[in-house]
Structures are given as C-alpha cells and as structure tokens.
Write a protein that binds this ligand. Structure first.
Ligand code: BEZ
Ligand code: FE
Length: 284
C-alpha cells in the first residue's frame, strides 16, 4: 500500500480491516469511513479546522465524568440521539411514541403510592399538576403492575443532581399501575430549561447558531416484563420551544393538555394514556 491518493485512500483504509472481525464491525466501519472521508472532501477541510475539531473533542472528554457525558449532549444537538431512537423504536402497532432519554435519568427513584407527590422541595407560586392515565397493550387491554418511572426539572430549570439546593431524588418517583392499568402522581408544571451549554456542546451550539432551550416536559420510563420498555416525554401544550427544541425530540402525539383542576392541593391536571408493545411484537 504505497502512493495512496485522494481517490484511493478510502478503499485503502477499508481494505486494511481484517476479514476476521464480526460482519457488523465491517459494515459500521466501512460506512463510517466512506461518510467521514466524503465529508472531509465535501467541505475541503483544512488542517487548522481538523485540529480545532480534535481539540473540541478533547475538551468534551475533559468535562465528562460519570455524572456528565458531553458526547451524549453533542449527539443530542446534532439530532443523533433522536435519530437512533426513531430507527430503533419504529411504531408498528399503535404503541406510544418514544423519544430521547437525555442525560438526567437516575435509577432507583423513590417508590411511591399512586396519587403521591414527587415534590420534596416546594417552589412557592409554582403550579402543581395532577398527572393521571392508563397503560394498555396494543389490543386495548389495561396493563396492571407496570412501573412508571418519572422525572422532571425544577422551576429553576435544573434537575436535582445539577442543583445542591434540591434534596436527593427531588421531582423523581416510581409508581405502579393498578389492576385496571391506572396511575397518578402530583408534580410541578414542567418549565423550559437550557441543556448544559458551559462546555463543548455549548461551543457547538454557538458554532451552529442554535439556542440550548428545551420545551417543558415530564420524562417517563414505563416498563413491565414481556413488553418493550417505553422511554418517552410528555410536553406541556402551552410551553415555549415546542417548535424549536434544541434536541429535536418533540412529537405531536406526546403533547399533553393541562386543564384547571378542582382537586385539593393542585392547580392543574393532565390525563395521558400510554400503549405498550409486547416483546414478541417488538422483535418482529
Ligand atoms: C432531557 O430531556 O433531559 C435532555 C435531553 C437531551 C439533552 C439534554 C437534556
Ligand atoms: Fe429533560
């Protein structure tokens, strides 16, 4: 392999891969190399720009740790997390649409009885919402004993792990559906918030001329044995940024209406049902 040129380089690199590696490795690396080399040629990438990109990735690595993965944020603002979710979770049987998990999920949220509040620290003057609904299968039958794991940001735009002023696991909870598939909990009306933009992801947003804001939403991770877990978010119909989400995750079917409520201790209520797909269907 000598005298490699612009025209023969891609074949030289793909051809250097061993034939003993798994087929999927070959498929992924061949396509990646074609697109990457094609991209460099398309934009006629300069040496200075390539070096800037390498330094940018180094800074993304430097700011990342077990609590913060800058590469997920970068993938989010490039639309890659939502694209992978669309590819991996195609709707086939009327099940609820999924969307991005995001970087703020924590396992082992407090297990709470149906109807309980996930608010551990009050934010005076901020509206409380009673969220309730039913989980069904794709035939319309209610699903009991489904785990409903929910989390949201506080009105200051921060998730509890970003904010030393909030108690551990504030605005997080796990609920279980009743025998007729019903769940309910009380939370705060979700507020728009900027994704963390003090690192490499923020630099990239500036480079692209885009803002960091996400519309107000509540996260759901809904799971029960035998069914495909559903990772999704419900958006407040009246929130800002529904049409300019910095991570492109809003879907019409995931927009919920909050109505004034006559219930004690809450201002609003929102009904939202979910449909889960059986594992066997998921594998088809
Ligand atoms: C979130 O919804 O929590 C989120 C999603 C993508 C990037 C940052 C945050
Ligand atoms: Fe979020």
């Amino acid at each position: 392999m000598r005298n490699i040129t612009i025209d023969t380089l891609t074949d030289a690199v793909t051809g250097a891969m061993s034939t003993d590696i798994p087929d999927r490795n070959t498929q992924i690396m061949t396509a990646l190399l074609r697109h990457l080399h094609g991209f460099c040629k398309d934009v006629n990438l300069t040496h200075a720009e390539w070096l800037n990109a390498c330094e940018f990735l180094r800074r993304a690595g430097d700011i990342s740790d077990e609590k913060r993965n800058e590469f997920i944020l970068i993938a989010d603002i490039l639309g890659v997390e939502v694209l992978v979710d669309m590819l991996d979770h195609k709707v086939t049987d009327g099940e609820s649409e999924s969307t991005v998990l995001g970087p703020f999920y924590r396992e082992n949220a407090p297990v709470l009885p149906n109807g309980a509040s996930i608010i551990q620290k009050d934010f005076p003057g901020h509206e409380k919402v009673y969220v309730h609904g039913q989980v069904r299968d794709t035939r319309g039958d209610p699903l009991p004993h489904v785990t409903i794991d929910v989390w949201e940001d506080a009105p200051n735009g921060l998730y509890e792990q970003q904010d030393p002023e909030q108690p551990d696991y504030n605005l997080r909870g796990r609920f279980e559906t009743t025998t007729d598939g019903r769940f309910a909990f009380v939370c705060l009306r979700p507020e728009p918030y900027p994704i963390p933009y003090d690192g490499a992801a923020g630099e990239l947003l500036t480079y692209m001329g885009h803002h960091p804001w996400r519309p107000g939403h509540i996260h759901f991770l809904i799971s029960v044995p035998g069914y495909q877990p559903l990772i999704t978010q419900i958006y407040d119909a009246d929130t800002k940024y529904l049409d300019s989400d910095s991570v492109f995750a809003v879907k019409e079917s995931l927009i919920g209406q909050m109505q004034p409520s006559g219930r004690d201790g809450v201002d609003l209520e929102m009904e939202f049902d979910f449909v889960l797909k059986q594992m066997a269907q998921a594998a088809e």
